[in-house]
Ligand binder design. Structure first.
Ligand SMILES: [Zn+2]
Ligand SMILES: [Zn+2]
Length: 323
């Protein structure tokens, strides 16, 4: 399913299966999650996508061919392919353990063709073995889960954590937090009873609208919804010294706010991309925590419908495309 121009619907096209080059693997896609970042790509909210592009960066599938120099993974292995497709390995960020900020990266489904397809190429060194035998429920872990995990690492030792926007990322993170015996507070669009109910069923301590204040000040808040107006709201909801973490790759403008809601050593930070270390840590945690994703499956050729439903908030949890 190909995006030929910003804002256009994806188009089903038939291409020959690609051949893996040196260091690459070819994966037969079993499932690919649909992420809000795919909407940002389609809508042109991220600069300079490769066009035409096959979106999709929550890929799970089976290695079916390997290029020269690839020892692992071997053909037949189930792997996950995330957003971080390749890094340069020598810029100041790569050299200091922050490859998520690499100066010259490749991103799956944005600057290299992704998983809204039957087959996809990936760098062997940036694919991760998936031990689960359920590719559909594993797919959302590859971005929603990973970005949630990286966001949570920025919350440090916080015990009470607000989650603004209870979609794919938050519904995974709530389960991780429950396993870690942290309290989560789920904030949804006003009147989104279904999302609030889902949050409570996954262990959230409290669920309400983002216009409400939590019953007590929070240690940290993570904003997944791409809504800048949530930033001042979250700053008001966290205690002195608390941290507000923006987990999205794109957000509408943040409205002006008075300094006193930031004062008292509150911090406002953003999280970008992922490192391979995040991925291997998180996949282990997800398995130990017994994370179960809530998914809505669409056949690959109905990718446009999945994107529209994500935009309108018409399903709970995560949408997953299956070829
Ligand atoms: Zn780099
Ligand atoms: Zn994503």
């Amino acid at each position: 399913m190909v995006l030929n121009a910003i804002g256009a619907p994806l188009v089903l096209v038939e291409r020959p299966n690609p051949s893996p080059g040196p260091g690459e693997i070819r994966v037969r896609v079993e499932a690919c999650g649909v992420c809000r970042t795919d909407l940002h790509v389609v809508d042109g909210e991220l600069p300079n996508p490769k066009l035409p592009i096959v979106p999709g960066h929550e890929v799970v599938g089976i290695v079916d061919a390997v290029g020269p120099g690839v020892d692992t993974p071997v053909p037949g292995t189930r792997v996950g392919i995330p957003w971080l497709g390749r890094t340069c390995g020598h810029c100041p960020y790569c050299s200091s353990g922050r490859e998520n900020l690499c100066d010259d990266p490749i991103f799956t489904g944005y600057t290299r063709d992704g998983g809204f397809a039957t087959h996809v190429l990936a760098d062997a060194a940036y694919a991760f073995p998936i031990s689960s035998d359920d590719p559909v429920s594993s797919a959302p872990l590859m971005c929603a889960g990973l970005i949630g995990w990286r966001s949570l690492s920025f919350a440090g030792e916080a015990r009470s954590i607000g989650l603004y926007g209870f979609g794919a990322a938050a519904h995974i993170l709530a389960q991780v937090c429950r396993w870690q015996v942290r309290e989560t507070y789920a904030f949804t669009r006003a009147g989104d009873d279904a999302a609030q109910k889902l949050a409570l069923s996954l262990g959230a301590h409290w669920a309400g609208s983002s216009d409400e204040m939590p019953p007590q000040p929070l240690d940290a808040a993570i904003i997944f919804a791409p809504v800048g107006a949530l930033v001042p709201k979250a700053l008001i909801a966290v205690r002195k010294g608390g941290r507000v973490i923006c987990g999205g790759i794109h957000m509408s403008d943040i409205p002006q706010f008075p300094y006193n809601i930031l004062w008292n050593e509150r911090q406002l930070v953003s999280v970008a991309n992922l490192t391979r270390r995040d991925a291997s840590e998180f996949l282990g945690v997800a398995s130990m925590a017994g994370v179960k994703t809530v998914t809505t499956v669409y056949p690959l050729e109905r990718a446009n419908e999945a994107l529209a439903d994500l935009r309108a908030g018409r399903f709970q949890g995560a949408a997953v495309l299956v070829p």
